[in-house]
Design a protein. Structure first.
Length: 195
């Protein structure tokens, strides 16, 4: 249930800036939310991918596909062309699987690797697709055009990296911190002199 709440918050982090006419500059919970959702998808015995895992993965991708449709048509007022989103939709699924693979037993190193892998892969893939599509004619289909596309995407990458790290830190770090506080309080209580 918590994983679906996090998914809802990730969707809202994409939609609300447009509702309030603010620019988010790619500061959303999507990357961190997908890593968390993936970590909670549940693998079967011996870490195998189960039918239940597949249904959870499909539901997460479907929710984000609907969000892409909503934003494209109603926030950006562009026609919706599904083929332009195929790489993004595959990325959603891949990040869930990454979370499932490395964050079922989270550690600082695994969380950091997940943050770097998800944000960097999205930066590389999405900017490459903008450049390769060419329908917007924003960047010439040359090596310098590709470089210009990546340079233009750096502020979005920075913000995505920061928001993903913050989201992962909160979602995986707060439960650990809370457990340590409870343990510390129990230890302090147990060490009190008897009255």
């Amino acid at each position: 249930m918590l994983a679906y709440l996090v998914l809802l918050l990730a969707v809202l982090s994409r939609i609300l800036p447009h509702v309030f006419h603010a620019t988010s500059w790619n500061f959303t919970m999507v990357g961190g939310g997908l890593l968390f959702f993936g970590s909670r998808m549940g693998a079967g015995s011996a870490g195998s991918f189960t039918r239940k895992s597949a249904l959870r993965l499909a539901s997460a991708v479907a929710v984000l596909m609907a969000t892409d449709y909503f934003l494209t048509v109603f926030a950006f007022h562009f026609p919706f062309v599904a083929r332009t989103y195929l790489v993004t939709w595959l990325w959603y699924g891949a990040v869930c699987l990454l979370g499932m693979g490395i964050l079922q037993k989270p550690s600082v190193l695994r969380a950091g690797a997940g943050v770097l892998a998800s944000s960097t892969s999205f930066f590389l893939l999405s900017n490459f697709m903008v450049w390769a599509d060419g329908s917007m004619a924003m960047y010439p289909r040359t090596l310098s055009g590709l470089g210009a596309c990546y340079v233009a995407g750096l502020p979005f990458y920075r913000n995505d990296l920061a928001s993903t790290a913050l989201t992962v830190g909160v979602l995986f770090g707060l439960p650990v911190l809370a457990a340590k506080i409870v343990e510390s309080m129990r230890s302090a209580h147990n060490n009190l002199p008897a009255a």
